[in-house]
Design a protein around this ligand. Sequence first.
Ligand SMILES: [Zn+2]
Length: 173
Amino acid sequence: MLVASTILTCLTLAMALVVGRRVRVWLRFRGDSVVRCPENHRPAGVRVDAWHAPVKLRLTACSRWPAKAGCGQECLAEIAAAPEDCLVRNIAAKWYRGKRCAVCGIEIGASEWGPSQPAVILSDKNTVQWKEVSADVLTETLESALPVCFGCHMANRLVREHPELVTERNSPR
Ligand SMILES: [Zn+2]
């Protein structure tokens, strides 16, 4: 009876270790990533099969598919070397760190993350949430964009989509 109980405890502990490791790896790899495609040396948006990452690293999506669907997935070496640096959420977080909204001046801190994601002002003056930017063009978009807080992004969107609802305080009557 004692032996059976000890074996059961060991099995439970082993299972907990395996599941714990899987969850830790899943948290590291989940979400969209950006890599430099070894074929054309341009950024590509990819997604890793995060659940199976501890067993075998492989892609489940790439912005260059289906045209390049049969590729050898050599970009996985870049992800394996530094998974955190490839994740778009980390790239965006790093870019926003210490930045202030180009419209109202408030600091875009971690408190604004969650459902109220900050945005960027594009060269055409439109704003777009960073999550709506394709992973393969995120880096080059951020290079030429200005940061904008969620509140100012929503105001900009309201003006753009429903100008009839907006009265500018300084506009002539
Ligand atoms: Zn703002």
